[in-house]
Design a binder for this molecule. Structure first.
Ligand code: ADP
Ligand code: MG
Length: 619
């Protein structure tokens, strides 16, 4: 297969442009890239040397937005206009969140339980996509500032358990931030890549990725086979993380003072102060054995031993999830080859210890646990950029492959970006009674109408035994081997008649042509949908005309002259509509014809059934 230096996600040719990796986290977000000179992934830091961008936004009185570290102070000073944990809201409806409402200090709109949530700040409403896009824009700005070049392409990570809506929301947030999201990849996959797992082609391994972040916990069991990652199982708790540890610490302290001295829930400012004090102490305890703090005029302390006690139930829950994930993957602990730690909370010595003990092996913790996901995303970005030519990229079809179906529509059997080798089969049938052959036309491209794509080859499946339309079962199989050679086979299953051709899909296509075909498909997407709807309406209309005509010819004797003449008029009207570019008109005319024929069709069928029954009795 010719090695095309093409960006498989966008179809554009590879320039020297940088593609960054982004970890869009619940608590913290980061941007990283593979350094063009050292070929090593690095996280991009700001002027103060900070890698993490806290996923916090403050929206000022006039709608001005502050993101990251600068927004942190507003958690205390202006909590109702300060948004955190927006990732939790991605792709969610209010109904999804109703049980966890009180965890947010800002206002989530609940007027419509079914639709996606919005956040209200003052008189303004913000969607989680929009809010996330501000964080992404901040990361993009940071990257551009550091690299002194525009950055418009990225790989963004999401938890393995994110559903389509959540992944789509993440993509949309990227788009809104002016980022072309080349790929959404799973966080555990990225973390494994950061440790070099899965980077050598012959590697076959099973990996457990334990990710305890700020607000969420998840464990994923991954299988790598020849550089391909597969998520075998994932388990976790979307409300279990460092935040819970912070709350548990606060509760631990509050028990030490009288109820009357405890902050009221409405006193958001004081609640936040407690929270931030707990975070501070917790972080100190990763490096020292005890720490102290003063909040609301009270002095509190915490030592390593107390912390371990406080988090014990929480750690137990995470290990139960690990057990679950193993069971779902049908694996036992000793089948796990590698354990990767992810998330800031895995810095806690107590957690490292317990996870290692559970899996009975040493864990990967050499990299900064809150950077690993971003570093892995950068490695994936580098692969997509075509800089790592031996890996993944080459084994993917750059354009979709399919055949022509009724109405000259492209029916895609192998979508572009499919990993090869690959095999797929689909069944088709004949359109006409007694049809003895079927033309299989193979196309390559992304457009809906075959004439806009590139014809690769064409052949006839002949010798189909005479059968009524719709009865033959013709299976068309596409097999694309590791060298990119496509074999197309058509087989009529009832009779076993079979025909096969071999095609080299890329043959003769220059990079520019591939690029043009992809760009065309993007430019014409809207037109194509319209055209497709029209073609489909026409095909349906033609079929209706055919069946009506057949029916009327067969049962003419049972129909009144009036019925015959109205039907003829309706058919003519439909025929005329088929020549116009108006799918709604076609649907109207079809509806009218159906209305006309329904009463007599039912009558005739009733008669036919009773005749058949009578016939049986005589026998
Ligand atoms: P997310 O993936 O949810 O964005 P991160 O991986 O950045 O989260 O983890 C953030 C969490 O890690 C926070 O709860 C933070 O308090 C916690 N954390 C960071 N450093 C430490 C540390 N040294 N000790 C304990 N917890 C830490
Ligand atoms: Mg994370």
């Amino acid at each position: 297969m010719p090695k095309i230096g093409i960006n498989i996600a966008t179809g554009s040719l590879q320039q020297a442009e940088m593609i960054v990796g982004i970890d869009l986290g619940t608590t913290n977000s980061l941007v990283a890239l593979v350094h063009p000179d050292t070929r090593k992934p690095v996280v991009l830091k700001d002027q103060n040397g900070l890698a993490l961008v806290p996923s916090i936004l403050h929206i000022g009185q006039h709608g001005e937005i502050t993101v990251g570290e600068a927004a942190r102070t507003f958690l205390k000073e202006d909590p109702s206009r300060t948004i955190f944990s927006v990732k939790r809201l991605m792709g969610k409806s209010y109904k999804d969140l109703s049980s966890s409402q009180d965890l947010f200090t800002y206002k989530i709109i609940d007027e419509d339980k079914e639709s996606l949530v919005k956040v209200q700040v003052g008189q303004q409403f913000y969607s989680p996509i929009e809010l996330s896009s501000y964080i992404l824009r901040e990361l993009k700005d940071r990257a551009e500032h550091m690299l002194k070049t525009p950055v418009s392409k990225a790989v963004i990570t999401v938890p393995a358990y994110f559903n389509d809506a959540q992944r789509q929301a993440t993509r949309d947030a990227g788009k809104l931030a002016g980022i072309d999201v080349l790929r959404i990849i799973n966080e555990p996959t990225a973390a494994s890549l950061a440790y070099g797992l899965g980077m050598s082609p012959e590697e076959n391994k099973t990996i457990a990725v334990y990710d305890l972040g700020g607000g969420t916990f998840d464990v994923s069991i991954l299988q790598i086979n020849n550089g391909v990652f597969e998520v075998l199982s994932t388990h976790g708790d979307t409300y279990l993380g460092g935040d819970d540890i912070d709350r548990a610490i606060v509760d631990f302290w509050l028990k030490q003072i009288p109820v009357s001295a405890q902050p009221k829930k409405e006193d958001i400012l004081m609640v936040q102060s407690y929270r931030l004090a707990a975070v501070q102490v917790k972080h100190q305890l990763s490096m020292q054995s005890n720490a102290e703090v003063v909040v609301g005029g009270h002095s509190f302390s915490l030592d390593q031993f107390q912390l371990e006690e406080i988090i014990a139930p929480l750690v137990e829950r995470t290990l139960a999830s690990c057990q679950h994930a193993l069971a779902d993957a049908k694996l036992s602990i000793n089948q796990i080859d590698e354990v990767v730690l992810v998330g800031g909370s895995t810095r806690m010595p107590a957690i490292k210890k317990k996870v290692a003990a559970f899996f009975g092996r040493s864990v990967h913790d050499a990299l900064d646990p809150d950077q690993v996901v971003a570093l892995g995303a950068a490695i994936q970005a580098d692969i997509l950029a075509g800089n790592n030519k031996d890996f993944l990229l080459l084994d993917i079809t750059p354009l979709s492959l399919g055949i022509e179906t009724m109405g000259s529509l492209m029916d895609v059997l192998i979508p572009r970006n499919t990993k090869i080798p690959f095999r797929v089969a689909r069944q088709y049938t004949t359109q006409q009674d007694g049809q003895g052959s079927m033309r299989i036309s193979v196309y390559q491209g992304e457009r809906d109408m075959v004439q806009d794509n590139r014809k690769l080859s064409e052949f006839n499946l002949t010798g189909i035994p005479g059968m009524p339309a719709g009865v033959p079962k013709v299976e068309v199989a596409f097999l694309i081997n590791a060298d990119g050679i496509l074999t197309v086979r058509a087989k009529e299953i009832r009779s076993g008649v079979e025909q096969e051709i071999e095609i080299k899909p890329q043959y003769g296509l220059t990079d520019q042509e591939v690029e043009r075909l992809l760009l065309d498909s993007i430019t014409h997407a809207k037109d194509d949908i319209k055209k497709r709807a029209l073609v489909e309406a026409r095909t349906e209309g033609e079929q209706l005309l055919q069946t009506t005509e057949k029916f009327v010819t067969k049962y003419a004797a049972s129909l009144s002259p009036k019925e015959l003449s109205v039907t003829a008029a309706d058919m003519q009207a439909l025929q005329l509509a088929l020549t116009m570019e108006d799918k709604d008109l076609i649907h109207q005319r079809m509806e009218a014809l159906n209305e006309t024929s329904r009463p007599y069709a039912e009558r005739v069928m009733d008669q036919a059934v009773s005749t058949a029954l009578k016939g049986q009795k005589i026998e």
